[in-house]
Design a protein around this ligand. Structure first.
Ligand SMILES: Nc1ncnc2c1ncn2[C@@H]1O[C@H](COP(=O)(O)OP(=O)(O)OP(=O)(O)O)[C@@H](O)[C@H]1O
Ligand SMILES: [Mg+2]
Length: 327
């Protein structure tokens, strides 16, 4: 059951206990029945219970996710979670991707590197079915998505979530309500549990102080952290980031990079990170895809990439170490 509509307070405001005004708390309900127990004790008990429920929901979500794969390279055994095989796409006369192949195992992080305009964002849009490849195969958890209709693709987009650069948050909802949105969509959670999860997620991304604010009042970096919290609220199996550290100052870029690295280790989500920033990639990547002039010029482990003698790879690595300041 979706509790989206019926649990919002007037103007979306929470009541004195952090709950919508028209809702009676568990403690208040119990007080009506057991008037000899002090309200404060019951409030404390309810708060503890809610915290435990939130822990349990969070832990269950983590458990439901498949175990983190061993840090295998591209030749690891078993079906990859995401797989591109010979994917080709052209816009008019321009071939953007020419028989590009790569794969990512469960719990692994792939960084897609390459200069501007090589088709990094296009690859993510093909993966989510927003763009159709001209040929080739794209599989998510073993299922071919190139032949799926819109309805099936929406199912894929729930399992594989994208963090957009601008955050793509709902402007009229507060940060807290934005994060609560996917939790309400899923249904099955009580309002107190939703609020507890929102608290946990905001803590996780270091944005607790933004809860009551509207997205328009946030900096780009803060919006990005909140967008990550909202993506996590949907409990995806994989998360895609398109240039998460660009267009913010170096300190904020570093913070977002730290957050993504922490999420990789704490949650073990399968991730694809598009970036220009080799230092950021070096902190995260199990696997690297380097796109150049329409081709997958390199696909392999980070260590192999850093040692790769290919001229285009070396130029990219050298230029990157020259241009990007150390932070
Ligand atoms: N819907 C579209 N119609 C026509 N051309 C497109 C479309 N989407 C992307 N392109 C073109 O495809 C090429 C690759 O675009 P893409 O956005 O994937 O680049 P990118 O590698 O993400 O670059 P950047 O690092 O600048 O974000 C670009 O030349 C772009 O203009
Ligand atoms: Mg792009």
């Amino acid at each position: 059951m979706s509790r989206h509509k019926d649990n919002e307070g007037q103007n979306g405001q929470a009541g004195a206990h952090g709950r919508p005004q028209h809702e009676q708390s568990l403690a208040e309900e119990l007080t009506d029945l057991q008037t000899d127990i002090p309200v404060t004790d019951l409030e404390a008990a309810a708060e503890t219970a809610n915290a435990l429920i939130a822990e349990a929901v969070f832990a269950a979500a983590a458990e439901n996710r498949p175990a983190r794969a061993d840090q295998g390279g591209p030749d690891q055994a078993g079906e990859p979670y995401i797989q591109f095989r010979d994917v080709t796409i052209s816009f008019g006369e321009r071939k953007i991707l020419d028989r590009v192949s790569f794969h990512v195992g469960r719990g692994q992080t792939l960084c897609i590197l390459g200069r501007s305009g090589v088709g990094k964002s296009v690859s993510l849009r093909i993966l989510l079915g927003f763009l159709k490849a001209d040929s080739g195969s794209v599989r998510v958890d073993g299922e071919e998505i190139t032949t799926m209709g819109e309805r099936e693709l929406q199912g894929v987009r729930k399992r594989v979530t994208m963090v957009f650069q601008n955050g793509a948050l709902f402007d009229s909802l507060t940060v807290g309500e934005n994060i609560a949105f996917p939790l309400r969509e899923q249904g099955g959670l009580a309002e107190d549990q939703i609020q507890q999860l929102v608290t946990r997620l905001l803590e996780l991304v270091g944005a607790s102080d933004t809860r009551e604010r509207l997205p328009s009042s946030l900096s780009t970096g803060q919006r990005r952290c909140v967008a990550i919290a909202r993506a996590l609220a949907a409990q995806p199996e994989a998360i895609l980031y398109d240039e998460p550290t660009t267009m913010v100052d170096p300190i904020m870029g570093h913070m977002v990079a730290d957050l993504i690295q922490r999420l990789k280790h704490q949650l073990g989500l399968t991730s694809i990170v598009v970036t220009h920033d080799m230092r950021f990639a070096a902190r995260l990547a199990d696997l690297v895809l380097f796109l150049d002039a329409g081709e997958a010029r390199f696909f392999g482990t980070l260590e192999e990439f850093q040692r790769c003698p290919d001229g285009a790879v070396q130029r990219f690595l050298t230029l990157d170490s020259y241009v990007i300041p150390q932070v």
